[in-house]
Design a protein around this ligand. Structure first.
Ligand SMILES: Nc1ncnc2c1ncn2[C@@H]1O[C@H](COP(=O)(O)OP(=O)(O)O)[C@@H](O)[C@H]1O
Ligand SMILES: [Mg+2]
Length: 204
């Protein structure tokens, strides 16, 4: 068993991978249902709040996690202070999180939140780089995947694309393979392919 798993972290109910939650729910199916409801509401809320000058900065990213899950979890919107792994992948060390996060969001800001991309290929290439960095960062104890995909979908919507359809790649485990390659080898090629195939222009 690898070290630093979710079930060993301080946020979980002892010997489970279920986060301690404000509703004291002990059934993982019920928790997942509630999380997914909150996520759906968050998509609507953040879509409605999108403006042409929205800054997709670190504050915005943290706020997505906080506003989506704060009625359920104390750790919503707070970076982890423990190291974490999934299988053989070690995510960014907790001690480096704040510095690495700032670096990523500085780069995204210098890239004008991807506004200067001239076509879908270039947009998918850049978005894969940033999504890969966020996958490797894994800054929160839980709900990183859903939060960073929400963040990337808002970036898509601000740039004339629909939210990305990940359904195939999540179903056939390509998304996990791509994540492993991002975290362990800094290789985003598989993720770029997933993003390119799931990306479509907004119909206006
Ligand atoms: N073995 C792995 N190696 C690297 N990254 C992984 C691995 N398994 C899952 N991931 C990444 O972690 C994300 C899940 O993180 P998590 O915090 O549990 O978010 P969520 O609960 O929203 O799925 C996945 O979407 C994937 O990107
Ligand atoms: Mg999870």
């Amino acid at each position: 068993m690898s070290k630093y798993q979710l079930s060993e972290s301080s946020i979980c109910i002892k010997d489970t991978d279920l986060p301690k939650n404000k509703l004291n729910i002990l059934d993982s199916n019920i928790i997942h249902g509630i999380e997914n409801n909150f996520l759906r509401q968050a998509y609507n809320k953040f879509l409605n709040e999108l403006k042409s000058n929205t800054k997709f900065n670190e504050k915005y990213f943290i706020n997505l996690h906080k506003k989506t899950f704060e009625s359920l979890y104390d750790f919503a919107g707070i970076y982890r202070t423990e190291n974490m792994t999934k299988k053989d992948s070690l995510f960014c060390l907790a001690i480096n999180l704040s510095k690495q996060s700032k670096r990523i969001f500085d780069e995204l800001s210098k890239d004008d939140y991807l506004k200067k991309c001239s076509n879908k290929k270039e947009f998918a290439n850049k978005l894969a780089y940033f999504q890969g960095e966020l996958i490797a960062l894994h800054p929160f104890y839980e709900l990183n995947g859903r939060t960073l995909r929400l963040f990337c979908d808002m970036l898509c919507l601000a740039n004339g694309y629909k939210g990305i359809d990940y359904s195939n790649s999540i179903y056939n485990k390509e998304y996990i393979k791509a994540s492993i390659e991002c975290v362990q080898y800094a290789d985003v090629a598989r993720l770029e392919n997933i993003i390119f195939n799931g990306l479509d222009e907004l119909e206006i």
